[in-house]
Design a binder for this molecule. Sequence first.
Ligand code: PMV
Length: 316
Amino acid sequence: MTLATAPGKIILVGEHAVVYGRPAIAVPVWETVATARISTAPVGSGLIGVATDLGRTIRLGEAGDEEPLALVARLTLAQLGLSSNPDWQIEVSSQIPIASGLGSGAALSAALVRAIYAHVGQAVTPEAVSTLVYESERLYHGTPSGIDNTVIAHGKPIWFVKGEAPVPFVPTVPFTIVIADSGIGAPTKETVGDVRRSWLAEPARYAAYFDEIQAIVERVQIAMERDALTELGELFDENQTILAELGVSSAPLERLIEAARAAGALGAKLSGGGRGGNVIALVSPETAAAVMEQVTSAGAKRVIITTVGTADSPNA
Ligand code: PMV
C-alpha cells in the first residue's frame, strides 16, 4: 500500500488580480489535507478509484476526461510510460471543504499524482506535480491562474506570477491566521467570469484596481520579511477594500471580516474567488481565541487556525 498527502491552501493576497498577470501570495494549510492510497488489485480489475467521503467508486481507467481524477491518473501514468489501466485500487479522501477556496480539487489531484509516483518507486518534483494538477484545475476553474496547483505541489508559501517560475519562501518570523469558512459555496469560475466581464466593460478602471492590488502584494512580501505584523494586517484590510470594489465580496463575508476585526484581528479579508468561501484574519497569540469565537458567532461554519512559516510540511 502506498500513501501520499497534499495540503489545502489559502491565498493571502492578490486573488483575481493574479489572473491578469499581477503577483499573488498563497500558503499551504497543513491542518487540512487530502490523501490518496494505492493498493494492488486483482488481475483484470483495472484502475478503480474509491472516493471514500462521497461513497463513490469510479472506473478511472475507463472514465472520460471530464472526470478530474481520471484525467490526472491517465496523464500521470502516461508521464511514467505505464499502462493507462493498471490493476490498482486508489482510495482518495479529503478533509478539505469543497468549493470554498482551500484548493480541495487541486489537493486531491496532487495526492493522487504523488501516490502514483510513489507506488512505482519514482521520485517526483513539485514542478511535475504542479503541471499535472493544473490540467485537472482547468476542469474545475476554466482558465485558472495556476496558483492553487503551484502552492499545493510545493507545500510552502509561494510568490506567484502566472507564467513565471514560482518563488517558494519561508517568512522570517511565523505568523498565524484564522480561516473562517462562510459555508457558502461560490464557484470560482463564476466570480472570475464576472470580474472578466467588468474588466472588458471598463478596462482602465479594472487595470487600476489590479495595479493597486499588485502594490499591496509587494508591500506584504516586505512586511513578512520585516516581521511587521501590524502593517501586514493593514494590508489585508486594504486588499479587502479593493476586492469589495471588484464586486466579489458579499454581506456574509463582510460580517465575518467585521467580527474578526472587532475581536482584535490585525486585519481581515476574503480569500480566493469570493462571494462565499473563506475569510482570513491575521491574529496574535492574544487575540486568536477571541477571533475564532467571534467569527463563529457571526456565522462561520468551520474555523481553522494555521501558522504560516513553521517547517511542519513533509516537503519543507
Ligand atoms: O477560490 P480559490 O481559492 O481557488 O482561488 C481563486 C483565485 C482567483 O485568483 C480568483 C482565480 C485564479 O485562478 O487565480
